[in-house]
Ligand binder design. Sequence first.
Ligand SMILES: Nc1ncnc2c1ncn2[C@@H]1O[C@H](COP(=O)(O)OP(=O)(O)O)[C@@H](O)[C@H]1O
Ligand SMILES: [Mg+2]
Length: 380
Amino acid sequence: MNFFEPDKLKIGILGGGQLGRMILQAAANYNLFIKILDPDENAPCKHIANEFKKGKLTDFDTVYKFGKDCDVITIEIEHVNIEALKKLEKEGKKVFPQPHILEMIQDKGNQKMFYQRNDIPSPDFFLVENKSQINKFNDYFPFFQKLRTGGYDGKGVVKLSDPNDLSKAFDAPSVLERLVDFEKEISVIIARNESGETKCFPVVECAFSEEANLVEFLFSPAILKKTQEKEAYKIAELVAEKMQIVGLLAVEMFVTKDGKILVNEVAPRPHNSGHQTIEGNVTSQFEQHLRAILNLPLGATDITRPSVMVNMLGEKGFEGDAKYQGINEVLKWDGVHVHMYGKKTTKSFRKMGHVTVTANTLEEAVKYAKKVKDTLKVVA
Ligand SMILES: Nc1ncnc2c1ncn2[C@@H]1O[C@H](COP(=O)(O)OP(=O)(O)O)[C@@H](O)[C@H]1O
Ligand SMILES: [Mg+2]
């Protein structure tokens, strides 16, 4: 069914952060009407949404009432009330990604078991209920311990090198994942529409900042062997097909030192590893998400120019009203695209914006992205 009638259609997005904001930018081209729900009255989407509602994303009544007035409901953050979405789905609303998929992904334990059940290559793991149960696995260190629910952007993940690290461990239901000795971290964003058409964005490489526990640089395209690239697409397709997801699915993967590809985790929405698609690819991930949830044909994903994305993080040690330094300088350089998320206040490592640098070669883009990183600062 193609129910694409922009004038009649109301799309609701749960979450009004930067991802929602970039979906809104893409939606304007299709003249779509978008309602946003977010608990923060100063959320990045506030001033550019067609309608903005302040409310708690985890509250049943708030989400249900919000969704009742929409035709299509989507998310830009996973931590939302699933029961309300299930009720809306039952009542005939289009809810993409589907609530049962969101529910499974919300819990990293269930996510890992899904990979295991479906023969999707991923790191070995154990499930524990609390800290004291970690002792049972003393022979298997080192681990990454991950809270089953509630973590994001590296919060809720801790590296446990040996049993002496237990003081750092979370005392909560969690996944104990064997440490992967990886060469790089990559991501494939795949889109799937309701008719079952799928399309992958070219693989990107994500470089993490140890200190901030966040993506620092993203390189598009990733430099990989052809066979590894094929394997990454195969895995992304497999995950999307097994889930039967409608919308975007970002598949974060490890390339191990012995050349294997393992799934780390997935996110059923636009993702930080696809921001460069706005300037660097034929179709952006945000437009693609809209096409997928509206059951429109998916757009071409080819890279138009090599690009590097740098997250603009709040400078360490600064907290308060955000001030931007160095913008005039970085805008002198060709191919520098600045995105400010419109967050009023900054704090250490808060995602305040991003910059995508496009160039004729990846080397050139890397060179300028590093200069941007050193020049552009968010302080208070
Ligand atoms: N099993 C592992 N082995 C090695 N590094 C890991 C492992 N699991 C996670 N990491 C590192 O920690 C980062 C954050 O973990 P992730 O599970 O993606 O949590 P988040 O939800 O915070 O993104 C990963 O991107 C990777 O750098
Ligand atoms: Mg992650």
